[in-house]
Ligand binder design. Structure first.
Ligand code: GAF
Length: 379
C-alpha cells in the first residue's frame, strides 16, 4: 500500500467529515482457486487474497449515527443512517454492507455507538472477486478496532457473513469473508467451512515458473437474483433426502430421483475431492496436476452445477487452447472472472488470446494474481 493511497484516504475523510480519521483499514478481495459452492455444504475451499482491497478511514461517534461516504459511489453523496432505526432492507446498494455490519455487531450486543466511514477501493465490482465481502470485512475490522471489541478473525468473518445474509439478503456461505480476514501473503487458505479450521498453503506462483491469470469477462452476475438461493436450497433438499446433515458428509456421489439434485450432489462431492487433491498437488509442487484439476472443476460447474455461461466457457477453453495448464470460472457464477494457470513463458500469449476472444461484451481484462495479505490496519 503506497503512502499516496493513505494520504488520499486521509484527505478524502477530511474533505467529507472535516476531521481526521482515527485510522485506516484494508480488506482484500479474493480469487477462489478451487472449491466452488462447497461452503454452504460445509465443505472445503481454497481461496487466495488479492492485492486489491477495500479501504476504510474511520472515526467513532457517540450519537448513534453511521455516516458513510464511498468514493466509488460519490454520486450518492454522504449517507447518514440512524443505528437504532436500522432494519434489513432499510439501506440499499453498497451501503447495505457497512450498515449491515454495524447492525449485526449491535444485534450481537457489541457497544457500537456510531461511526464516520470514508470508503474507497480497487476490488473489481461484479467480477466474482468478492468486492462486497471485502467491504464488509474492512468495516468489521475498523469497528472492531475503534470500539476495542477484540473479535477473533473467524468472528469478524461470521459477523460479516451474517450482515450479508440477514441485512443485505444474500444467502452466501463464509468463503469470501474468511478469505478476506484470514488469508496470508504468498499462501492460499485451505479452509474447512464446517469448523473453520484452516491451513495456509504456500502458493508462490512465480517461484514455480507459473502465473495465475485472472480474466474478468465483464459479464455481470447478481447473486441476489435468486439463482444462488435456488442452488443452495437444492443442495439442502438433496442432503435431506439422502439423510445427511450436509452434502459434505457424503463420501461418494449418490443418485436421487430428481436428475437436477443428482447433478448438484455430484458436483458438491467431486469438488470437495478436487480441493483435497489440489492441496496435495501444491504440497508436491505438481502444478500440471493443479491445472488438470482446475480444468475438471470447470467441467463440473458447467455440466453438473450449471453455473457457467457461454462467455466464461469460451474464455476458459480459449486459455487452455493457447497453452494454459488449466482454466475455470471462479466465484459465485453466471459470468464474472475466469482463472487460468499458465507457465510464465505462456502468460502473454494466453492473455492476448483471451483479450481477443469475441464474447459480445467489452474485451476481457487480465491481471496476474499474487497472493496478498488478509484484512489489516494500515494506519
Ligand atoms: C459466492 C458466495 F458469496 C460464496 O459464499 C460461495 O458460495 C461462492 O459464491 C461460490 O463458491 O462468492
Amino acid at each position: 500500500m503506497t503512502g499516496d493511497r493513505l494520504l488520499e484516504m486521509q484527505t478524502g475523510f477530511n474533505t467529507i467529515f472535516h476531521q481526521d480519521p482515527h485510522g485506516i483499514w484494508a480488506a482484500p478481495g479474493r480469487v477462489n482457486l478451487i472449491g466452488e459452492h462447497t461452503d454452504y455444504n460445509a465443505g472445503y475451499v481454497l481461496p487466495l487474497a488479492l492485492p486489491h482491497t477495500t479501504l476504510v478511514a474511520a472515526r467513532p461517534r457517540t450519537d448513534g449515527r453511521l455516516r458513510v461516504f464511498s468514493a466509488t459511489h460519490s454520486e450518492d453523496g454522504l449517507l447518514d443512517l440512524g443505528l437504532p432505526d436500522l432494519e434489513p432492507a432499510a439501506a440499499h446498494g453498497w451501503s447495505a454492507y457497512p450498515a449491515g455490519v454495524a447492525w449485526t455487531l449491535r444485534l450481537e450486543g457489541h457497544p457500537v455507538s456510531g461511526a464516520d466511514l470514508y470508503i474507497d477501493g480497487d476490488v473489481p465490482v461484479g467480477a466474482g472477486l468478492s468486492s462486497s465481502a471485502s467491504l464488509e470485512c474492512a468495516v468489521a475490522i475498523a469497528l472492531d478496532d475503534l470500539y476495542g471489541l477484540g473479535l477473533a478473525p473467524a468472528d469478524l468473518a461470521r459477523i460479516a457473513r451474517r450482515a450479508e445474509n440477514e441485512f443485505a439478503g444474500v444467502p452466501c456461505g463464509i468463503l469470501d469473508q474468511m478469505a478476506s480476514v484470514a488469508c496470508r501473503a504468498g499462501h492460499g487458505l485451505f479452509l474447512d467451512t464446517r469448523d473453520l479450521s484452516s491451513r495456509h498453503v504456500p502458493m508462490d506462483f512465480e517461484a514455480a515458473g507459473t502465473r495465475l491469470l485472472v480474466i474478468d469477462t465483464h459479464v455481470k452476475h447478481d447473486l441476489g437474483d435468486g439463482a444462488y438461493g435456488e442452488l443452495r436450497a437444492g443442495c439442502e433438499e438433496a442432503a435431506r433426502l439422502l439423510g445427511v446433515e450436509h452434502l459434505r458428509d457424503l463420501t461418494a456421489p449418490a443418485r436421487l430421483p430428481d436428475p437436477v439434485l443428482t447433478r448438484l450432489v455430484r458436483h458438491a462431492v467431486t469438488e470437495n475431492a478436487r480441493v483435497l487433491a489440489t492441496v496435495e498437488a501444491l504440497d508436491a509442487g505438481d502444478w500440471e496436476r493443479v491445472g488438470a484439476i482446475l480444468h475438471d472443476g470447470h467441467a463440473s460447474i458447467r455440466d453438473d452445477f450449471q453455473i457457467t455461461c457461454p462467455e466464461t466457457d469460451l474464455v476458459a477453453a480459449t486459455a487452455e487452447r493457447h497453452g494454459a495448464l488449466g482454466a475455470r470460472q471462479t466465484g459465485g457464477g453466471f459470468g464474472g472472472s475466469v482463472i487460468a494457470l499458465v507457465r510464465t513463458q505462456d502468460a502473454d500469449r494466453v492473455a492476448r488470446a483471451v483479450i481477443e476472444t469475441p464474447t459480445g461484451h467489452p474485451s476481457p481484462t487480465v491481471f496476474t494474481a499474487v497472493a496478498g495479505p488478509g484484512a489489516r490496519r494500515l494506519k
